[in-house]
Design a protein around this ligand. Structure first.
Ligand SMILES: [Zn+2]
Length: 481
C-alpha cells in the first residue's frame, strides 16, 4: 500500500466540472489519479501536500469527465461526406451497405484507428463501436485492439446479421452482409467476447437492427449477453417507417415485441429509438433500458427526433452517440450542442433541455449505459478525463450557470488560432522538440479537446497529439509512460 497522499498524476489549478451528485464546480481545483482511478478531488490548496509522480498545471483549463460516445461505427469514417441527401433506407441500400460490403480488413482497421484518434482529440474517452464490416473474428478483434491502443475504453458491439430475412429482402438490403448463419454469428461473437474479456475494450453481441434481423437470432444474441454478463446493442425504430414495417411483418411494434419476448432489460442498449408510441416508451422506461440519442445523425438523415423528455421521465437511461459517418465528426461537443438545439426546435420550447443535461447525458448517463464506473470526477471512479482549454483565463470565475454553455460553445471560436498553433506544434514534435518534455507546460497537454484533425494534421502529427492528450487524461496510459 502506498502512503495515503501519493499518486501517479496530479492536476492542479483547474476548473473541475465534477458532474458529481451535487454538480459541484471547483475553481482552482486539483485532482489526484492513482492507478486507474481518481484518488482525490479538491482545491489545489487542499491537495497541496500530495506527492505525485507527475504534476500538470491546468491553469486556464477545465477538467471534465471523459465523454462517452454511446453509438458509433468507426469503420465508416472513410466514407464521410458521401451518401448526401438520402433518407435512412436509401442511404442503407445505396450507400453504406455497399460501402460496408466492399471495405477490406486493413481499410476498416485504418478507419477505426483514425476515427478513434479524432474522438480522443475531441474529449471522448469511451466509445461503443457498432462494428459490422467486415465482422469476421480477425477484423473484429483487430478493431477492438485498434481502439484500445488509441487509449480509449469501450466495447466493440459486433454487428450480427445472420441469414437474410424477408424484411431485409423486401426493402432492398444487399445480401453481401448476410454472410454467416445464425450459428456462425453466435459462435464468432462468443469467440471474440471471450478473447477480449479483461481488456479495456471488450465485445458485446449486437444484432444489427431489430427491424430486419431474425427474431430468433435477436433472442439468441441477448441470451449470449446474459450468459457473459455484458450489455447488448442494436438499432431500433430509427426511420419513421420502421414500426410500420415491423407491424406488417410481425403484427406488433418492435419495442413491444422486445418486452413481450422478455428481452427488454437493463442490458439492452438501443440506438435511435425515435418512433416509439406511448406504450413503447413506458416499456423501455420500466425496463431501465439504455437508449442512444444521436442528434447529428438524425438530422443528417432526416430521421426524426427522440422524445427525450418522455423517455427519460419514463426511466430509460439515455446517452449520446455520434453514429458513424451519418454524424460526420467524432465530436461529442457537436453532438451535445445539437442534442440541445434539435430538442428546442422540435418541441418549440427553449427550456426543453440545456447544456447541463447534455453534459449529463454525455458523462454520467453515458457511463450507466456503457456499464462503467465513470462519468463524474469523484474519488474511486475511473480516471477518464478530458482537459479543455477555456478561451482564456477568465478575469474571475465564471458563474455556475454560464460555465456549462461556455464549455459547449468555446471550441469553434478558436479554430483559426488552433490551426496556426497545431502546425507550429506539429513541426516541433516531428523534430522531437517536446515529445518527452514537461507536459505540465507543453501546449499539447492543454488540448484535451484540441483540433488537430480539424486542422488537417498528418497522421504522425495526430499520433503525437493523442499521446500528449492521454498522458494528461488517461491514467492507465500514464502508468506506462
Ligand atoms: Zn448506427
Amino acid at each position: 500500500m502506498p502512503p495515503v497522499n501519493t499518486c501517479d498524476l496530479l492536476l492542479t489549478h483547474a476548473v473541475l466540472v465534477t458532474m458529481d451528485d451535487d454538480r459541484r464546480i471547483v475553481h482552482d481545483g486539483a485532482l489526484a489519479v492513482r492507478g486507474e482511478h481518481i484518488a482525490a478531488v479538491g482545491t489545489t490548496a487542499e491537495l497541496s501536500d500530495w506527492t505525485a509522480a507527475r504534476r500538470v498545471d491546468c491553469s486556464g483549463k477545465a477538467v471534465i469527465p471523459g465523454l462517452i460516445d454511446c453509438h458509433n461505427h468507426l469503420f465508416q469514417l472513410l466514407g464521410r461526406g458521401l451518401g448526401e441527401g438520402m433518407a435512412l433506407w436509401p442511404w442503407l441500400c445505396e450507400f453504406i451497405w455497399p460501402y460496408a460490403g466492399g471495405i477490406t480488413r486493413d481499410e476498416a482497421v485504418a478507419s477505426v484507428r483514425l476515427a478513434s484518434v479524432e474522438a480522443a482529440l475531441a474529449g471522448t474517452t469511451c466509445v461503443i463501436d457498432n462494428h459490422y464490416a467486415p465482422a469476421d473474428p480477425e477484423t473484429t478483434l483487430a478493431v477492438a485492439e485498434a481502439i484500445e491502443r488509441t487509449g480509449l475504453r469501450g466495447s466493440v458491439a459486433r454487428g450480427i446479421t445472420g441469414t437474410m430475412t424477408e424484411v431485409a429482402a423486401e426493402h432492398g438490403l444487399s445480401p453481401a452482409l448476410f454472410r454467416h448463419s445464425a450459428d456462425e454469428e453466435i459462435a464468432i461473437t462468443e469467440q471474440c467476447l471471450r478473447e477480449r474479456t479483461g481488456h479495456r475494450v471488450g465485445v458485446w453481441p449486437a444484432p444489427l437492427n431489430i427491424i430486419y434481423v431474425d427474431q430468433d437470432l435477436v433472442g439468441r444474441s441477448v441470451e449470449l449477453a446474459r450468459t457473459h454478463g455484458t450489455p447488448w446493442h442494436s438499432h431500433c425504430s430509427e426511420a419513421r417507417v420502421d414500426p410500420e414495417i415491423y407491424q406488417q411483418a410481425y403484427g406488433t411494434r418492435p419495442f413491444l415485441w422486445l418486452r413481450d419476448a422478455g428481452l427488454l432489460d437493463e442490458r439492452a442498449t438501443l440506438a435511435h429509438a425515435i418512433w416509439l408510441d406511448d406504450e413503447e416508451i413506458e416499456a423501455v422506461g420500466t425496463a431501465r433500458s439504455g437508449l442512444s440519442y444521436n442528434p447529428m445523425s438524425n438530422q443528417y438523415l432526416a430521421s426524426g427526433t427522440m422524445r427525450l423528455r418522455d423517455v427519460r421521465t419514463a426511466g430509460a437511461v439515455v446517452g449520446l452517440g455520434s453514429d458513424g459517418s451519418a454524424g460526420h465528426r467524432m465530436d461529442m461537443f457537436q453532438v451535445m450542442k445539437q442534442a440541445i438545439y434539435v430538442q428546442r426546435l422540435t418541441t418549440l420550447e427553449p427550456d426543453s433541455t440545456n447544456a447541463m443535461e447534455a453534459l449529463t447525458l454525455a458523462t454520467r448517463e453515458g457511463a450507466r449505459y456503457a456499464g462503467i464506473d465513470a462519468g463524474q470526477l469523484t474519488p474511486g471512479t475511473l480516471a477518464d478525463l478530458a482537459v479543455i482549454n477555456l478561451d482564456a483565463p477568465p478575469p474571475r470565475p465564471p458563474p455556475r450557470h454560464r460555465l456549462h454553455p461556455r464549455l459547449l460553445r468555446h471550441r469553434r471560436r478558436r479554430r483559426t488560432d488552433r490551426r496556426r498553433r497545431a502546425r507550429h506544434h506539429r513541426a516541433r514534435s516531428v523534430h522531437g522538440g517536446r515529445r518527452g518534455g514537461d507536459h505540465g507546460r507543453s501546449r499539447g497537454a492543454g488540448k484535451g479537446v484540441g483540433g488537430a484533425v480539424g486542422a488537417g494534421a498528418g497522421v504522425s502529427g495526430l499520433t503525437v497529439w493523442v499521446v500528449k492528450v492521454y498522458r494528461v487524461s488517461c491514467s492507465s496510459l500514464a502508468q506506462k509512460t
